[in-house]
Design a protein. Sequence first.
Length: 566
Amino acid sequence: MQRFPTQNAPEAVQTEVAETEVAVEADADAAEPTPTLPDPLPPALVEPDASGRAVACAANSLRLPLSIDGQPVTVASHITSSGDSLYIVADGGLYRMARRAADAGVPQWQAVLAPGQDVAGRTVQEISGVDATRSGVIVALDKAGHIYRYDPGMDAATLSYRAEPSDDSEANNQFVALTTDFGGRAAVLDPLYGALWAPTGLQALETTASALSLSEAIDVASSGSLFYALLRDGSLTAQTTAYGAAEWAPPPEGDALLLSVFVSPHLGPDAVFVVDALNRTVSGRRAEDGEPVAQYALDFEGMGLLRDATFGGGRLYGVADGELFVFPGPAGDTPPEPCPEPDPPPPTLYGVDVLAATKGWAYPIEGGNLPDWAGLYPGAIRLYRMGVHRGMDVYHWDAPDGFDNGYPVIAPAGGTVERVTLGYEEITRREFDRLTTEAVTAGYTPADSLERFAGRQVWLDHGGGVRSAYLHLENIPRGIVTGAFVEPGTVIGTVGVSGTEGEARPGSAAAHLHAEIWLGEHYIGEYLSLPETMWWFEQIFGPAIDAANGEDEDATPDPEELDATG
Protein backbone atom coordinates (compact mmCIF):
# COMPACT_ATOMS: atom_id res chain seq x y z
CA MET A 1 0.00 0.00 0.00
CA GLN A 2 1.03 3.60 -0.52
CA ARG A 3 0.82 6.15 2.25
CA PHE A 4 -0.05 9.79 2.08
CA PRO A 5 2.85 11.84 3.44
CA THR A 6 2.13 13.33 6.85
CA GLN A 7 2.63 16.92 7.55
CA ASN A 8 -35.11 -16.05 4.45
CA ALA A 9 -38.09 -15.52 1.72
CA PRO A 10 -39.35 -16.70 -1.75
CA GLU A 11 -37.12 -15.54 -4.58
CA ALA A 12 -39.65 -13.30 -6.29
CA VAL A 13 -40.91 -11.54 -3.15
CA GLN A 14 -40.85 -7.76 -3.56
CA THR A 15 -41.08 -4.91 -1.13
CA GLU A 16 -42.19 -1.39 -1.84
CA VAL A 17 -39.35 1.09 -1.62
CA ALA A 18 -39.47 3.53 1.26
CA GLU A 19 -41.28 6.72 0.27
CA THR A 20 -39.17 8.95 2.50
CA GLU A 21 -37.90 11.92 0.53
CA VAL A 22 -34.46 13.16 1.36
CA ALA A 23 -33.73 16.71 0.35
CA VAL A 24 -30.37 17.99 -0.80
CA GLU A 25 -30.51 21.66 -0.05
CA ALA A 26 -28.35 24.04 -2.05
CA ASP A 27 -29.79 27.02 -0.12
CA ALA A 28 -30.86 26.49 3.48
CA ASP A 29 -32.92 29.72 3.32
CA ALA A 30 -34.92 28.74 0.25
CA ALA A 31 -38.64 29.27 0.73
CA GLU A 32 -39.66 26.24 -1.33
CA PRO A 33 -38.25 22.93 0.00
CA THR A 34 -39.23 21.23 -3.28
CA PRO A 35 -38.67 23.78 -6.05
CA THR A 36 -40.02 23.34 -9.55
CA LEU A 37 -37.30 21.97 -11.78
CA PRO A 38 -36.32 23.62 -15.03
CA ASP A 39 -36.16 21.76 -18.30
CA PRO A 40 -33.17 19.45 -18.68
CA LEU A 41 -29.97 21.26 -19.57
CA PRO A 42 -28.29 20.39 -22.87
CA PRO A 43 -25.18 18.20 -22.78
CA ALA A 44 -22.20 20.40 -22.06
CA LEU A 45 -19.27 18.24 -20.93
CA VAL A 46 -16.06 20.13 -21.54
CA GLU A 47 -13.74 18.13 -23.71
CA PRO A 48 -10.17 17.71 -22.47
CA ASP A 49 -7.59 20.12 -23.88
CA ALA A 50 -4.60 19.14 -25.97
CA SER A 51 -3.01 17.57 -22.90
CA GLY A 52 -6.05 15.31 -22.51
CA ARG A 53 -7.14 17.02 -19.29
CA ALA A 54 -10.15 19.05 -18.16
CA VAL A 55 -10.39 20.73 -14.76
CA ALA A 56 -13.56 21.18 -12.73
CA CYS A 57 -13.55 23.92 -10.11
CA ALA A 58 -15.88 26.39 -8.42
CA ALA A 59 -15.87 28.63 -11.50
CA ASN A 60 -17.42 26.04 -13.83
CA SER A 61 -19.09 23.42 -11.64
CA LEU A 62 -21.72 22.88 -8.97
CA ARG A 63 -20.83 21.79 -5.45
CA LEU A 64 -23.94 20.47 -3.70
CA PRO A 65 -24.04 19.48 -0.01
CA LEU A 66 -26.17 16.39 0.60
CA SER A 67 -28.47 15.81 3.56
CA ILE A 68 -30.77 13.10 4.88
CA ASP A 69 -33.74 14.14 7.00
CA GLY A 70 -32.13 17.53 7.44
CA GLN A 71 -28.80 16.10 8.65
CA PRO A 72 -25.64 16.47 6.55
CA VAL A 73 -24.48 13.31 4.82
CA THR A 74 -21.25 11.96 6.29
CA VAL A 75 -20.01 9.81 3.40
CA ALA A 76 -21.27 9.47 -0.16
CA SER A 77 -19.32 6.46 -1.42
CA HIS A 78 -20.72 5.33 -4.79
CA ILE A 79 -22.59 6.78 -7.74
CA THR A 80 -23.90 5.50 -11.06
CA SER A 81 -26.11 6.93 -13.79
CA SER A 82 -29.00 5.21 -15.54
CA GLY A 83 -31.61 6.81 -17.78
CA ASP A 84 -32.44 10.22 -16.38
CA SER A 85 -31.46 9.34 -12.80
CA LEU A 86 -28.43 9.23 -10.58
CA TYR A 87 -28.13 6.51 -7.95
CA ILE A 88 -26.01 7.53 -4.99
CA VAL A 89 -24.86 5.49 -1.99
CA ALA A 90 -24.81 7.81 1.03
CA ASP A 91 -24.39 6.90 4.70
CA GLY A 92 -25.03 3.26 3.84
CA GLY A 93 -28.29 3.82 1.93
CA LEU A 94 -29.08 3.94 -1.79
CA TYR A 95 -30.87 7.02 -3.11
CA ARG A 96 -32.33 7.99 -6.49
CA MET A 97 -31.93 11.55 -7.77
CA ALA A 98 -33.20 13.09 -11.02
CA ARG A 99 -30.22 14.20 -13.11
CA ARG A 100 -31.91 17.40 -14.15
CA ALA A 101 -32.39 18.28 -10.48
CA ALA A 102 -28.69 17.88 -9.84
CA ASP A 103 -27.85 19.83 -13.01
CA ALA A 104 -30.02 22.72 -11.83
CA GLY A 105 -28.43 22.74 -8.38
CA VAL A 106 -31.76 22.15 -6.61
CA PRO A 107 -31.90 18.36 -6.31
CA GLN A 108 -34.18 16.12 -4.31
CA TRP A 109 -33.77 12.40 -3.85
CA GLN A 110 -35.70 9.45 -2.48
CA ALA A 111 -34.58 6.36 -0.63
CA VAL A 112 -34.33 3.19 -2.72
CA LEU A 113 -32.67 0.96 -0.11
CA ALA A 114 -32.22 2.22 3.44
CA PRO A 115 -30.20 0.53 6.23
CA GLY A 116 -32.61 -1.42 8.43
CA GLN A 117 -35.21 -1.75 5.68
CA ASP A 118 -36.72 -5.22 5.26
CA VAL A 119 -36.50 -6.64 1.74
CA ALA A 120 -37.99 -10.10 1.33
CA GLY A 121 -37.21 -11.08 4.91
CA ARG A 122 -33.69 -9.71 5.00
CA THR A 123 -32.51 -6.55 6.72
CA VAL A 124 -30.57 -4.18 4.49
CA GLN A 125 -27.11 -3.52 5.89
CA GLU A 126 -24.83 -0.76 4.59
CA ILE A 127 -24.93 -0.64 0.79
CA SER A 128 -21.39 -1.14 -0.52
CA GLY A 129 -21.80 -1.23 -4.30
CA VAL A 130 -24.21 -0.26 -7.06
CA ASP A 131 -24.39 -0.67 -10.83
CA ALA A 132 -26.98 -0.37 -13.59
CA THR A 133 -27.84 -2.95 -16.22
CA ARG A 134 -28.31 -2.02 -19.89
CA SER A 135 -32.07 -2.29 -19.35
CA GLY A 136 -31.98 0.23 -16.48
CA VAL A 137 -32.38 -2.18 -13.56
CA ILE A 138 -30.24 -1.18 -10.58
CA VAL A 139 -28.22 -3.85 -8.79
CA ALA A 140 -26.85 -3.22 -5.30
CA LEU A 141 -24.66 -5.10 -2.82
CA ASP A 142 -24.70 -4.65 0.95
CA LYS A 143 -21.99 -5.38 3.51
CA ALA A 144 -23.70 -8.57 4.68
CA GLY A 145 -23.34 -9.97 1.15
CA HIS A 146 -26.99 -9.63 0.05
CA ILE A 147 -27.65 -8.59 -3.55
CA TYR A 148 -30.71 -6.52 -4.47
CA ARG A 149 -32.34 -5.51 -7.74
CA TYR A 150 -34.36 -2.31 -8.05
CA ASP A 151 -36.77 -1.79 -10.95
CA PRO A 152 -37.32 1.98 -11.42
CA GLY A 153 -40.48 1.36 -13.44
CA MET A 154 -42.11 -0.60 -10.61
CA ASP A 155 -40.37 1.44 -7.89
CA ALA A 156 -39.75 -1.82 -6.02
CA ALA A 157 -36.72 -3.74 -4.75
CA THR A 158 -36.21 -7.49 -4.96
CA LEU A 159 -33.77 -9.71 -3.11
CA SER A 160 -31.65 -11.37 -5.79
CA TYR A 161 -29.21 -13.25 -3.55
CA ARG A 162 -29.55 -13.90 0.18
CA ALA A 163 -26.31 -14.45 2.05
CA GLU A 164 -26.58 -17.08 4.78
CA PRO A 165 -24.11 -18.69 7.19
CA SER A 166 -23.10 -22.13 6.01
CA ASP A 167 -20.82 -24.99 6.95
CA ASP A 168 -19.24 -25.11 3.49
CA SER A 169 -16.42 -22.93 2.19
CA GLU A 170 -18.73 -20.31 0.73
CA ALA A 171 -19.45 -19.17 4.29
CA ASN A 172 -16.20 -17.24 4.03
CA ASN A 173 -17.02 -15.31 0.85
CA GLN A 174 -15.87 -11.72 1.19
CA PHE A 175 -17.60 -9.58 -1.42
CA VAL A 176 -15.96 -6.18 -1.91
CA ALA A 177 -17.46 -4.85 -5.15
CA LEU A 178 -20.13 -5.44 -7.75
CA THR A 179 -20.71 -4.91 -11.46
CA THR A 180 -23.16 -6.19 -14.08
CA ASP A 181 -22.25 -8.07 -17.25
CA PHE A 182 -23.52 -7.57 -20.80
CA GLY A 183 -26.52 -9.79 -20.09
CA GLY A 184 -27.54 -7.87 -16.96
CA ARG A 185 -26.33 -10.44 -14.43
CA ALA A 186 -24.66 -9.29 -11.24
CA ALA A 187 -21.01 -10.19 -10.80
CA VAL A 188 -19.59 -9.77 -7.30
CA LEU A 189 -15.88 -9.60 -6.61
CA ASP A 190 -14.48 -11.95 -3.96
CA PRO A 191 -10.72 -11.48 -3.43
CA LEU A 192 -10.49 -14.34 -0.92
CA TYR A 193 -11.22 -16.84 -3.69
CA GLY A 194 -9.88 -14.71 -6.55
CA ALA A 195 -13.25 -14.97 -8.24
CA LEU A 196 -16.28 -13.21 -9.63
CA TRP A 197 -19.52 -14.85 -8.51
CA ALA A 198 -22.94 -14.57 -10.13
CA PRO A 199 -26.16 -15.42 -8.28
CA THR A 200 -28.12 -18.20 -9.97
CA GLY A 201 -30.83 -18.36 -7.33
CA LEU A 202 -31.76 -16.89 -4.02
CA GLN A 203 -29.08 -18.94 -2.27
CA ALA A 204 -26.91 -20.14 -5.14
CA LEU A 205 -23.76 -18.76 -6.74
CA GLU A 206 -21.69 -19.81 -9.72
CA THR A 207 -18.23 -18.71 -10.79
CA THR A 208 -18.27 -16.18 -13.59
CA ALA A 209 -14.50 -15.75 -13.72
CA SER A 210 -11.45 -16.48 -11.64
CA ALA A 211 -7.79 -15.49 -11.73
CA LEU A 212 -4.93 -15.18 -9.29
CA SER A 213 -4.88 -11.43 -9.89
CA LEU A 214 -8.47 -11.15 -8.64
CA SER A 215 -7.18 -11.91 -5.14
CA GLU A 216 -5.62 -8.42 -5.30
CA ALA A 217 -8.64 -6.74 -6.88
CA ILE A 218 -10.63 -3.99 -5.14
CA ASP A 219 -13.19 -3.08 -7.83
CA VAL A 220 -14.45 -4.39 -11.14
CA ALA A 221 -16.30 -3.15 -14.24
CA SER A 222 -17.40 -4.77 -17.49
CA SER A 223 -17.43 -3.86 -21.16
CA GLY A 224 -18.81 -6.32 -23.66
CA SER A 225 -17.54 -9.75 -22.69
CA LEU A 226 -14.57 -8.45 -20.67
CA PHE A 227 -14.21 -7.67 -17.00
CA TYR A 228 -11.70 -5.00 -15.96
CA ALA A 229 -10.34 -5.39 -12.43
CA LEU A 230 -8.71 -2.60 -10.47
CA LEU A 231 -5.92 -4.02 -8.29
CA ARG A 232 -4.64 -2.72 -4.97
CA ASP A 233 -1.48 -1.31 -6.56
CA GLY A 234 -3.61 0.76 -8.97
CA SER A 235 -3.00 -1.38 -12.04
CA LEU A 236 -5.77 -2.84 -14.20
CA THR A 237 -6.24 -6.33 -15.58
CA ALA A 238 -8.60 -7.56 -18.29
CA GLN A 239 -10.30 -10.90 -17.73
CA THR A 240 -9.70 -12.43 -21.15
CA THR A 241 -11.02 -15.92 -20.35
CA ALA A 242 -13.12 -17.47 -17.61
CA TYR A 243 -9.94 -18.53 -15.82
CA GLY A 244 -7.31 -16.04 -16.87
CA ALA A 245 -6.51 -12.35 -16.83
CA ALA A 246 -3.93 -10.20 -18.58
CA GLU A 247 -2.23 -7.03 -17.49
CA TRP A 248 -4.04 -4.12 -19.11
CA ALA A 249 -2.81 -0.85 -17.57
CA PRO A 250 0.10 -0.06 -15.24
CA PRO A 251 -0.26 1.46 -11.78
CA PRO A 252 -0.10 5.26 -11.47
CA GLU A 253 3.09 7.05 -10.59
CA GLY A 254 3.43 8.78 -7.24
CA ASP A 255 1.00 8.84 -4.34
CA ALA A 256 -2.50 7.72 -5.31
CA LEU A 257 -5.58 6.05 -3.87
CA LEU A 258 -7.56 4.40 -6.64
CA LEU A 259 -10.94 3.24 -5.33
CA SER A 260 -13.24 2.84 -8.31
CA VAL A 261 -13.29 1.64 -11.92
CA PHE A 262 -16.22 2.06 -14.31
CA VAL A 263 -16.96 2.01 -18.03
CA SER A 264 -18.49 4.89 -19.97
CA PRO A 265 -19.33 5.37 -23.69
CA HIS A 266 -19.69 9.16 -23.44
CA LEU A 267 -16.64 9.76 -25.67
CA GLY A 268 -17.87 7.30 -28.29
CA PRO A 269 -16.52 3.75 -27.90
CA ASP A 270 -16.36 2.37 -24.37
CA ALA A 271 -13.63 3.79 -22.18
CA VAL A 272 -12.49 2.42 -18.83
CA PHE A 273 -12.20 5.08 -16.14
CA VAL A 274 -10.49 4.90 -12.76
CA VAL A 275 -11.14 7.29 -9.86
CA ASP A 276 -8.14 8.47 -7.85
CA ALA A 277 -9.61 9.57 -4.52
CA LEU A 278 -6.44 11.21 -3.25
CA ASN A 279 -5.65 13.30 -6.35
CA ARG A 280 -9.36 13.85 -7.15
CA THR A 281 -9.03 12.71 -10.76
CA VAL A 282 -11.06 10.56 -13.15
CA SER A 283 -8.83 9.07 -15.85
CA GLY A 284 -9.91 7.04 -18.87
CA ARG A 285 -8.44 4.61 -21.38
CA ARG A 286 -10.00 3.20 -24.52
CA ALA A 287 -11.40 -0.24 -23.80
CA GLU A 288 -10.27 -1.55 -27.17
CA ASP A 289 -6.55 -0.87 -26.75
CA GLY A 290 -5.87 0.71 -23.36
CA GLU A 291 -4.71 4.04 -24.77
CA PRO A 292 -5.30 7.05 -22.48
CA VAL A 293 -8.12 9.26 -23.76
CA ALA A 294 -9.03 11.77 -21.07
CA GLN A 295 -8.53 12.91 -17.52
CA TYR A 296 -10.85 15.08 -15.43
CA ALA A 297 -9.46 16.75 -12.32
CA LEU A 298 -11.69 18.17 -9.57
CA ASP A 299 -10.18 21.08 -7.68
CA PHE A 300 -12.21 22.52 -4.79
CA GLU A 301 -11.06 24.01 -1.51
CA GLY A 302 -11.43 21.55 1.37
CA MET A 303 -12.79 18.82 -0.92
CA GLY A 304 -12.92 15.35 0.61
CA LEU A 305 -11.65 12.18 -1.02
CA LEU A 306 -13.24 11.64 -4.44
CA ARG A 307 -14.72 8.19 -3.90
CA ASP A 308 -16.60 7.60 -7.15
CA ALA A 309 -17.79 9.26 -10.35
CA THR A 310 -20.03 8.67 -13.33
CA PHE A 311 -20.99 10.32 -16.63
CA GLY A 312 -24.52 10.99 -17.75
CA GLY A 313 -26.36 13.41 -20.01
CA GLY A 314 -23.15 15.13 -21.05
CA ARG A 315 -21.91 15.78 -17.53
CA LEU A 316 -19.53 14.37 -14.95
CA TYR A 317 -20.86 13.66 -11.46
CA GLY A 318 -18.59 12.88 -8.54
CA VAL A 319 -19.09 12.21 -4.82
CA ALA A 320 -16.70 13.22 -2.05
CA ASP A 321 -17.52 13.07 1.65
CA GLY A 322 -21.07 14.48 1.90
CA GLU A 323 -21.08 16.39 -1.38
CA LEU A 324 -22.11 15.92 -5.01
CA PHE A 325 -20.08 17.66 -7.72
CA VAL A 326 -21.54 18.43 -11.16
CA PHE A 327 -19.24 19.35 -14.06
CA PRO A 328 -19.99 21.54 -15.83
CA GLY A 329 -22.61 23.54 -13.98
CA PRO A 330 -25.26 25.67 -15.69
CA ALA A 331 -23.77 28.12 -18.18
CA GLY A 332 -23.74 31.74 -17.04
CA ASP A 333 -23.98 34.95 -19.04
CA THR A 334 -20.21 35.16 -19.31
CA PRO A 335 -17.57 32.46 -19.78
CA PRO A 336 -16.21 31.14 -16.47
CA GLU A 337 -12.78 32.06 -15.25
CA PRO A 338 -10.10 29.47 -15.99
CA CYS A 339 -9.51 26.96 -13.20
CA PRO A 340 -6.17 27.10 -11.40
CA GLU A 341 -3.75 24.21 -11.52
CA PRO A 342 -5.23 21.54 -9.22
CA ASP A 343 -3.75 21.33 -5.73
CA PRO A 344 -5.48 18.46 -3.88
CA PRO A 345 -6.02 19.17 -0.16
CA PRO A 346 -4.90 16.69 2.52
CA PRO A 347 -7.43 13.91 3.16
CA THR A 348 -9.87 14.02 6.05
CA LEU A 349 -12.41 11.50 7.30
CA TYR A 350 -15.74 12.19 9.05
CA GLY A 351 -14.60 15.81 9.30
CA VAL A 352 -11.42 14.90 11.20
CA ASP A 353 -7.81 15.41 10.11
CA VAL A 354 -6.97 11.80 10.84
CA LEU A 355 -3.32 12.02 9.87
CA ALA A 356 -2.71 14.84 12.34
CA ALA A 357 -4.86 13.30 15.09
CA THR A 358 -3.04 9.95 14.96
CA LYS A 359 0.47 11.11 14.13
CA GLY A 360 3.04 9.06 16.02
CA TRP A 361 0.67 6.24 16.96
CA ALA A 362 2.23 2.88 17.79
CA TYR A 363 0.82 -0.44 16.62
CA PRO A 364 -1.08 -2.16 19.47
CA ILE A 365 0.79 -5.43 18.84
CA GLU A 366 4.50 -4.64 19.09
CA GLY A 367 6.39 -6.24 16.23
CA GLY A 368 3.17 -7.03 14.38
CA ASN A 369 2.01 -6.22 10.86
CA LEU A 370 -1.18 -4.96 9.32
CA PRO A 371 -3.42 -7.74 7.99
CA ASP A 372 -3.19 -8.23 4.24
CA TRP A 373 -6.72 -9.57 3.78
CA ALA A 374 -9.75 -7.28 3.52
CA GLY A 375 -11.88 -9.69 5.56
CA LEU A 376 -10.00 -8.71 8.71
CA TYR A 377 -10.94 -5.04 8.52
CA PRO A 378 -13.98 -2.95 9.47
CA GLY A 379 -16.78 -3.35 6.96
CA ALA A 380 -16.13 -7.03 6.31
CA ILE A 381 -18.90 -9.63 6.30
CA ARG A 382 -19.62 -11.55 9.52
CA LEU A 383 -22.25 -14.00 8.37
CA TYR A 384 -22.27 -16.14 11.51
CA ARG A 385 -24.14 -13.28 13.19
CA MET A 386 -25.53 -11.65 10.01
CA GLY A 387 -23.53 -8.54 10.71
CA VAL A 388 -20.72 -6.25 9.68
CA HIS A 389 -17.28 -6.16 11.28
CA ARG A 390 -16.26 -2.96 13.06
CA GLY A 391 -12.61 -3.56 13.81
CA MET A 392 -9.26 -4.79 12.53
CA ASP A 393 -8.33 -8.33 13.55
CA VAL A 394 -4.70 -9.29 14.21
CA TYR A 395 -3.97 -13.03 14.16
CA HIS A 396 -0.75 -14.95 14.66
CA TRP A 397 0.25 -14.76 10.97
CA ASP A 398 0.48 -10.97 11.31
CA ALA A 399 2.17 -11.04 14.71
CA PRO A 400 5.53 -11.98 16.24
CA ASP A 401 6.39 -15.52 17.30
CA GLY A 402 4.61 -16.48 20.48
CA PHE A 403 1.44 -14.57 19.70
CA ASP A 404 -1.44 -16.36 21.40
CA ASN A 405 -3.67 -16.03 24.44
CA GLY A 406 -1.96 -13.72 26.90
CA TYR A 407 0.10 -11.71 24.40
CA PRO A 408 0.30 -8.05 25.52
CA VAL A 409 -1.76 -5.32 23.86
CA ILE A 410 -0.39 -1.77 24.19
CA ALA A 411 -1.97 1.66 24.01
CA PRO A 412 -1.04 3.20 20.63
CA ALA A 413 -1.10 6.70 22.13
CA GLY A 414 -1.78 8.43 25.39
CA GLY A 415 -5.37 8.52 26.51
CA THR A 416 -7.91 8.21 29.29
CA VAL A 417 -9.60 4.88 29.96
CA GLU A 418 -13.18 5.57 28.95
CA ARG A 419 -14.56 2.12 29.58
CA VAL A 420 -13.33 -1.23 30.84
CA THR A 421 -15.06 -4.58 31.33
CA LEU A 422 -15.44 -5.61 34.96
CA GLY A 423 -16.95 -8.80 36.33
CA TYR A 424 -16.90 -10.53 32.96
CA GLU A 425 -18.68 -13.89 32.65
CA GLU A 426 -17.48 -16.26 29.96
CA ILE A 427 -19.85 -16.87 27.09
CA THR A 428 -21.07 -20.47 27.06
CA ARG A 429 -21.67 -22.69 24.08
CA ARG A 430 -25.42 -22.58 24.68
CA GLU A 431 -25.48 -18.78 24.94
CA PHE A 432 -23.28 -18.32 21.88
CA ASP A 433 -25.50 -20.61 19.79
CA ARG A 434 -28.64 -18.86 21.03
CA LEU A 435 -27.32 -15.40 20.21
CA THR A 436 -26.10 -16.36 16.74
CA THR A 437 -29.39 -18.13 15.98
CA GLU A 438 -31.32 -15.04 17.07
CA ALA A 439 -29.12 -12.83 14.88
CA VAL A 440 -29.55 -15.03 11.81
CA THR A 441 -33.30 -15.12 12.36
CA ALA A 442 -33.47 -11.34 12.75
CA GLY A 443 -31.17 -10.78 9.76
CA TYR A 444 -28.80 -8.52 11.72
CA THR A 445 -26.84 -8.45 14.98
CA PRO A 446 -28.85 -6.81 17.80
CA ALA A 447 -26.89 -4.26 19.82
CA ASP A 448 -26.95 -6.28 23.05
CA SER A 449 -25.67 -9.37 21.23
CA LEU A 450 -22.90 -7.35 19.60
CA GLU A 451 -21.85 -6.18 23.06
CA ARG A 452 -21.78 -9.77 24.33
CA PHE A 453 -19.70 -10.92 21.37
CA ALA A 454 -17.15 -8.20 22.18
CA GLY A 455 -16.00 -10.03 25.31
CA ARG A 456 -13.58 -8.27 27.64
CA GLN A 457 -12.78 -4.83 26.29
CA VAL A 458 -10.93 -1.59 26.96
CA TRP A 459 -11.81 1.78 25.42
CA LEU A 460 -9.41 4.72 25.34
CA ASP A 461 -10.26 8.38 24.75
CA HIS A 462 -7.35 10.09 23.00
CA GLY A 463 -9.00 13.53 22.86
CA GLY A 464 -10.36 15.49 19.94
CA GLY A 465 -13.13 12.97 19.38
CA VAL A 466 -10.64 10.14 18.69
CA ARG A 467 -11.15 6.88 20.60
CA SER A 468 -9.83 3.35 20.26
CA ALA A 469 -11.25 0.04 21.50
CA TYR A 470 -9.69 -3.39 22.12
CA LEU A 471 -11.98 -6.44 22.22
CA HIS A 472 -11.86 -10.19 23.00
CA LEU A 473 -9.18 -9.64 25.67
CA GLU A 474 -8.12 -12.47 27.98
CA ASN A 475 -7.06 -10.28 30.89
CA ILE A 476 -7.00 -6.60 31.83
CA PRO A 477 -4.34 -5.25 34.26
CA ARG A 478 -5.59 -3.94 37.59
CA GLY A 479 -4.45 -0.40 36.90
CA ILE A 480 -6.61 -0.11 33.80
CA VAL A 481 -9.72 1.44 35.33
CA THR A 482 -12.21 4.02 34.12
CA GLY A 483 -10.73 7.51 34.33
CA ALA A 484 -7.10 6.38 34.51
CA PHE A 485 -4.64 8.00 32.10
CA VAL A 486 -2.35 5.65 30.18
CA GLU A 487 0.89 6.59 28.50
CA PRO A 488 1.73 5.42 24.96
CA GLY A 489 2.98 1.83 25.06
CA THR A 490 1.21 0.95 28.32
CA VAL A 491 -0.05 -2.63 28.42
CA ILE A 492 -3.84 -2.32 28.58
CA GLY A 493 -4.74 -5.99 28.22
CA THR A 494 -3.79 -9.32 26.71
CA VAL A 495 -4.96 -11.11 23.58
CA GLY A 496 -7.72 -13.65 24.03
CA VAL A 497 -10.90 -15.19 22.62
CA SER A 498 -13.50 -13.75 25.00
CA GLY A 499 -16.90 -13.33 23.40
CA THR A 500 -16.01 -15.49 20.39
CA GLU A 501 -16.70 -19.07 19.44
CA GLY A 502 -13.17 -19.79 20.62
CA GLU A 503 -14.37 -19.15 24.17
CA ALA A 504 -17.69 -20.99 23.74
CA ARG A 505 -15.95 -23.96 22.09
CA PRO A 506 -12.31 -23.92 23.21
CA GLY A 507 -9.93 -24.53 20.34
CA SER A 508 -12.46 -23.77 17.62
CA ALA A 509 -11.10 -20.29 16.80
CA ALA A 510 -7.69 -18.69 17.18
CA ALA A 511 -6.84 -15.97 19.65
CA HIS A 512 -6.69 -12.52 18.09
CA LEU A 513 -6.88 -8.82 18.82
CA HIS A 514 -9.89 -6.90 17.56
CA ALA A 515 -9.02 -3.17 17.46
CA GLU A 516 -11.38 -0.33 16.55
CA ILE A 517 -10.73 3.37 15.93
CA TRP A 518 -13.60 5.82 16.36
CA LEU A 519 -13.81 9.38 15.09
CA GLY A 520 -16.74 10.99 16.85
CA GLU A 521 -19.72 8.65 16.40
CA HIS A 522 -18.23 6.71 13.50
CA TYR A 523 -15.81 3.80 13.54
CA ILE A 524 -13.22 3.96 10.78
CA GLY A 525 -14.76 1.83 8.07
CA GLU A 526 -18.36 2.91 8.56
CA TYR A 527 -19.84 3.84 5.16
CA LEU A 528 -16.45 3.23 3.51
CA SER A 529 -15.31 0.62 1.03
CA LEU A 530 -12.95 -2.03 2.36
CA PRO A 531 -10.03 -0.79 0.20
CA GLU A 532 -10.36 2.74 1.58
CA THR A 533 -10.62 1.42 5.14
CA MET A 534 -7.41 -0.56 4.67
CA TRP A 535 -5.72 2.57 3.32
CA TRP A 536 -6.66 4.59 6.42
CA PHE A 537 -5.28 1.91 8.75
CA GLU A 538 -2.08 1.94 6.70
CA GLN A 539 -1.81 5.71 7.12
CA ILE A 540 -2.30 5.45 10.88
CA PHE A 541 -0.15 2.46 11.77
CA GLY A 542 2.15 2.04 8.76
CA PRO A 543 4.88 4.45 9.85
CA ALA A 544 5.31 2.73 13.24
CA ILE A 545 5.30 -0.72 11.66
CA ASP A 546 7.86 0.28 9.05
CA ALA A 547 10.08 1.79 11.73
CA ALA A 548 9.92 -1.35 13.87
CA ASN A 549 9.75 -4.14 11.30
CA GLY A 550 10.59 -2.83 7.87
CA GLU A 551 8.17 -3.53 5.04
CA ASP A 552 5.08 -5.66 5.68
CA GLU A 553 5.33 -9.32 4.75
CA ASP A 554 2.46 -11.00 2.97
CA ALA A 555 0.63 -13.55 5.05
CA THR A 556 -2.18 -15.83 4.02
CA PRO A 557 -5.02 -16.37 6.50
CA ASP A 558 -6.51 -19.78 7.12
CA PRO A 559 -10.30 -19.45 6.64
CA GLU A 560 -10.88 -22.27 9.15
CA GLU A 561 -9.47 -20.08 11.94
CA LEU A 562 -11.72 -17.15 11.07
CA ASP A 563 -15.16 -18.71 11.58
CA ALA A 564 -17.37 -16.95 14.12
CA THR A 565 -14.73 -14.49 15.28
CA GLY A 566 -14.31 -10.77 15.16
